[in-house]
Design a protein around this ligand. Sequence first.
Ligand code: AR6
Length: 171
Amino acid sequence: MNESRPGPRLELAVGDITTEQVDAIVNAANETLLGGGGVDGAIHRAAGPELLAHCRTLDGCPTGQAKITPGFRLAARWVIHTVGPIWHGGHQGEPKLLASCYRESLARADEVGAHSVAFPAISTGIYGYPAAPAAKIAVATVQSATTDVELIRFICFNNDACAAYEAALSD
Ligand code: AR6
């Protein structure tokens, strides 16, 4: 780790994270790490059943933490599984837990030497975190992280998510 390095380059794209050609994609998982709906379901379908078999060996993951697996049939070599907070109105530690997801995911990327990472909008689907504050936390956290990751791509699945990132990036 070299703290004099510039921070990662940030990119915004609309699309499906499962087709990203980066070293690692991040999965918005749940504490079981045994799959689910949303982006989690899409990643498991695209990676193949080997991913679930591997996840069964991991013993889950607490909210705010992250664990890494191979990408199996994905173009990405790695999947970083992080568990975002469920939105309960914002006063139950949700912002800190969400920031922790981004920091811990970058820490897992650094451990395996992944230099390009694609993130979905963690917690903003089934877990109900509002898109605008979530995007602000995503951008601010990766900008202030100490990491060797050189490229971070925020992948928006819909226009609302995209507008939230555009606003956060222009702050
Ligand atoms: N590529 C990029 N973004 C996507 C994709 C995709 N293929 N599919 C959905 N999104 P969500 P959460 C966006 O619900 O809120 C699962 O069941 C979606 O539009 O996937 O963290 C887990 O197992 C939204 O902006 O994750 C957990 O139980 C964002 O990804 C729970 O959902 C996150 O939405 C986690 O909920």
